[in-house]
Ligand binder design. Sequence first.
Ligand SMILES: Nc1ncnc2c1ncn2[C@@H]1O[C@H](COP(=O)(O)OP(=O)(O)OP(=O)(O)O)[C@@H](O)[C@H]1O
Length: 650
Amino acid sequence: MRGPLWSFGLFAVFLAVFPLVAPDPVVNVGVYALIYSLAAIGLSLLMGLAGQVNLGQAAFFAVGAYTQAVLVTRYEVPMVPASVGAVGMAMLVGLLVGLPLLRLRGHYLALATLGLGIIVTVAATESEYLGATSGIYGVPKPEFGGRRYDSAAEYFWLLAPVVLVALLLARNIVVGRIGRALGAINDSEVAAECLGADTYRLRLQVFVLSAGYAGLAGVAYVHWITVVNPGAANFPLSVEFLLMAVLGGTGSVWGAVLGAFTVEFLDEGLRDLIPQIVPDAVGEVQLIGFGIVLTVVILFLPGGIYGLFRRVSARVSARLSARASAPASDRPPGRPAPGDGTDRGAAAGSDTRSSDTPAGGSTVDTADLPPLLTRDGRPAPGEVLLEVDHLVRRFGGVTAVDDVSFEVRAGEIFGLIGPNGAGKTTCFNIVSGVLAPSSGSVRLHGARIDGRKPHVFARARATRTFQNLQIFRSTTVRGNVAVGRHLRGTAGLARGAMVLPARAEERAIHRSTDDFLSLVGLSGVADRPAADLPFGQQRLLEIARALALEPDLLLLDEPLAGLSGGERLDLARLLRRLRAGGMAIVLVEHDVEAVLALADRVAVLDDGRLIALAGPAEVRHDPAVVAAYLGIEEEQAAADPIARSVVQGE
Ligand SMILES: Nc1ncnc2c1ncn2[C@@H]1O[C@H](COP(=O)(O)OP(=O)(O)OP(=O)(O)O)[C@@H](O)[C@H]1O
């Protein structure tokens, strides 16, 4: 989807040369391909980035074309300011449609946009002002500097820079902060939200932008054919845009352009070919052949033409680099120990203010462990950060959380334990906004957050990891951590599209990802696809990604599960250093001994109810806890490696 910048240069050369070498009828098809590619780029952004399907892209195309035609012919507005108005109108309609619909899940947007196409077609047909079925005639060919762009070659050259710029802006959005967040949402909406990505807002922005691209295509269209009629909004054209995006490869801005050229030339070729095979073939019969070819291509090229190109080039470059690095390939990637403080991760902690105040009421001596990720403005250790008050959550007849109350203070590790099905994860889900409570409240930094979305939780400097891993599988290890930096960046759609203003921020994000990866010992695999990591490393990656948010409150759901012995010890040490830095950590963990060794206070849930809340020593001997767990033995504690390491102050 990203595509190197040199490919823009290559494409620019192609666009410059094409009208010189191609015969006029072919250039004419090329003009349509360029016009439609603008609408397809918008659709591709919407489908690939926002994961939404629009079956009425032609409606926005028609809104752009009609607005341009009205402004130019009825009000004599010059072409360029009129274009701004036309694109703005398409975006406004996109905003009005998207505002209610993007709140809904499922395929409502696709259905509603299908309806929008019909509404625009009928409205244009019935409106005398818009010329009814005949449409609006007499839109002039563009004229700049006394030159009229009325031949196919001239119009092609006029459009080429517009398409190039549109392509470049779309590409910048894809590779920047907004594209990264939307890609993460497609992989795991809940995880992206918990890192601060506001799904609704981001999808709405892309939908409006996509409508703007279609509006621009409408402007280019109406100045080429000099007339617009209700057919501009019809369903077959929307399907054609859809085919361009899918055939080229959804989510790839390059794919949209490839798709537009392929569909237009296929269309043209089939128009000539099919009458030779079926002599009386007209209109729709020709389209059957068109449909068959497309179906075959889609069946055998699920990633579209651009996907095929990427797969082939990835295979070739993998072979070349394997050949080049054959002698050194046996070396394992460098992998510093998690939280050992000797790599760049130490810098992430050491360049912030040092803290000499360990957790209030800590049972563990952390004086020997340098604090990590301290930050100015964080509540002082011991101050209440999270207040959970009489929380209840029912699922039908099951009360998963039953009147649970507790507080978590800055600078403490708070254990939340209980047998299977006790309600621990449900508690996490409510606190982090993934679920709304049936009753009760959650306050963070004193403000109520229950029932709000997870991105609100993240904005309040809190985040979480997941019992069932929620890795962003379509990106690299580093890409995952970069999403964790979403709220530490500010580049929106507009600034992200102009790559230069956002460049400094992107560089800073890139650099900081190394710091967070080194905290969990994953620097050596930073550029590997996240999906390729073994389970334990994926768990560590989720922790690094959560730390990238620099939270005041961190909820960890079974962080030790799947880790090797060494990794568990390293993670335990990392958590103690984070606590020393003033972070509050809530730990849900089945390894009870590890929790009792690490935590300052422990809450025990059983069957949704809070049966104990005290220091680890008291919890260990609490009769209700002992009954729930069928006994917690002292010998077990002595044998537990994390417990031993804590006692020894390692
Ligand atoms: N979405 C849901 N729909 C229906 N029941 C649910 C749902 N989520 C949780 N539950 C039920 O709520 C109860 C508590 O589940 P929860 O996952 O919170 O427990 P837990 O303590 O995290 O368990 P474990 O340690 O096994 O992960 C269980 O009985 C579970 O079946």
